[in-house]
Design a protein around this ligand. Structure first.
Ligand code: T4K
Length: 411
């Protein structure tokens, strides 16, 4: 566990806030997505092996071991490692023959629609269920047109989509179903690990994910023919030296990334335990703060708890979400507004599909309320205590805090 250099006292008065000139509550920045580091010695030993072998990429021994162990962990037949989830999504979308229009949530990281638009496929944004933040199956059917070829739902925050309802819609309309599982490594639905739902699923192992390979990802599927095609596509379509049999790109994972992935896999239970402990600590401390509602998880399932997601509804004279974030940043708490303002309000979608907002009322409302707080092995209970004390102070003294903000001399 990393040691945090924190102030000795909890803040109890608004004059102590860093935004008004007090010392920041934390000497070092607390990030959402501070990478977890597993067993350093094990990683360095793998690095030595990579250097000795002089085999750095192109499906070397680390990548092969990583893919086998991942498939085993996820209970899926095929696991194809990739350089990152964005390229993984692009490849899977192409391998599934998606074209025309694909239905996708807007409440997601922008990589999800980008992976479609990048290949001239129109992302048709669908609203989410306000209770789950996940694509609402009931809203999908009205968006299906003769040009629709697929659905690309996201297991947002690691909470699983209503896979059964989505599969039913996909079957009835003859649509491809591909899951963006970037957030959902280590999560289950009905006791089954995410990784084998739909035609395929795509994971991210970016540094900011609780399970990381520096950069990286994986495409998983139980479909032999699809897996064969995806494998070819990650390596320019090569089926052996000088023999190109398919359109392809370079989506390969490096040996160094796979070594980090294997190191993360060795520590995954520890990471999960820390995330769960942190989540419980946040839950306890946020409960009493007016307007703060911590998004929960289905306790019957396996969860990774990698995002601490708060929906904040301010009192009429309370601080806004953005004012809270500004005050937190001054305290060196780099809270995020994921995934504000919604992809439909980002370019090129804002320009291409200016009407999208009108059918996304839940997405718009949720995006304006979200506050994502730091967790992972860089956080301990003491840090969570102090962070929540700042939040409690900001909300309890809301009107006074806002008056002081308004009275600040303009720069
Ligand atoms: N689908 C979904 C639903 C996703 O959320 C993502 C990625 C993807 C697809 C695509 O996956 P990849 O192609 O990335 O594999 C971050 C991540 O870059 C992105 O991977 C992630 N989702 C997204 C939710 O968050 P940013 O731009 O908001 O944050 P970033 O990269 O600036 O990192 C946040 C903070 O973490 C930094 O301010 C500092 C800290 N940090 C970051 C890195 C990289 C560290 O302390 N150390 C580090 O090495 O996107």
């Amino acid at each position: 566990m990393e040691e945090r250099n924190v102030m000795a006292v909890k803040k109890t008065a608004i004059e102590q806030l860093a935004i008004f000139g007090g010392s920041p509550a934390f000497a070092e920045k607390l990030h959402v997505g501070r990478p977890n580091v597993g067993d350093r010695a094990a990683f360095l030993e793998r690095m030595e092996r990579i250097l000795d072998a002089r085999w750095f990429t192109n499906h070397g021994p680390q990548v092969l071991e990583f893919e086998v162990k991942l498939a085993e962990y996820l209970g899926v037949k095929h696991c194809i490692s990739v350089c990152n989830a964005t390229v993984g999504l692009e490849i899977a979308i192409r391998a599934l023959g998606m074209h025309g229009e694909v239905i996708v949530p807007s409440l997601t990281f922008v990589a999800t629609p980008h992976a479609l638009q990048w290949q001239q496929i129109r992302p048709v944004f669908c609203d989410v269920d306000p209770a789950t933040h996940l694509i609402d199956p009931a809203a999908i059917e009205a968006l299906v047109t003769p040009d629709t070829t697929g659905i690309l739902p996201v297991h947002l925050w690691g909470r699983t989509c209503n896979v059964e309802a989505l599969q039913d819609i996909a079957d009835r309309h003859g649509l491809q179903l591909l899951f963006d599982a970037a957030h959902a490594f280590g999560c289950s639905r009905g006791g089954r690990m995410v990784g084998s739902f739909g035609r395929a699923e795509v994971f991210s192992f970016h540094a900011t994910k609780f399970f990381n390979s520096f950069e990286g990802g994986a495409i998983t599927t139980n479909d032999d023919e699809l897996a064969r095609q995806i494998r070819l596509m990650t390596n320019f379509g090569f089926a052996g030296y000088d023999n190109v049999v398919h359109i392809g790109t370079n989506g390969k994972m490096t040996e160094v990334s796979a070594a980090m992935g294997l190191t993360s896999l060795g520590s995954v239970d520890g990471f999960l335990a820390v995330n769960q402990r942190n989540h419980l600590a946040y839950r306890e401390r946020l409960t009493g703060i007016q307007g703060m509602s911590l998004l929960g998880f289905d306790e019957r399932e396996r969860n990774n708890f990698q995002y601490v997601v708060v929906e904040y509804t301010p009192a009429s004279d309370g601080p806004t979400r953005d004012e809270l974030v500004e005050a937190l940043w001054a305290e060196n708490v780099m809270a995020r507004k994921y995934f504000w303002p919604g992809c439909h309000r980002m370019e090129p979608y804002r320009t291409l599909y200016p009407d999208a907002a009108s059918r996304l009322p839940h997405t718009e409302a949720i995006a304006s309320r979200l506050l994502v707080l730091p967790t992972g092995t860089a956080m301990d209970i003491d840090a969570i205590d102090r962070l929540c004390a700042v939040l409690a102070l900001l909300v309890a003294q809301g009107p006074a805090f806002r008056r002081a903000l308004a009275a600040r001399p303009r720069a």
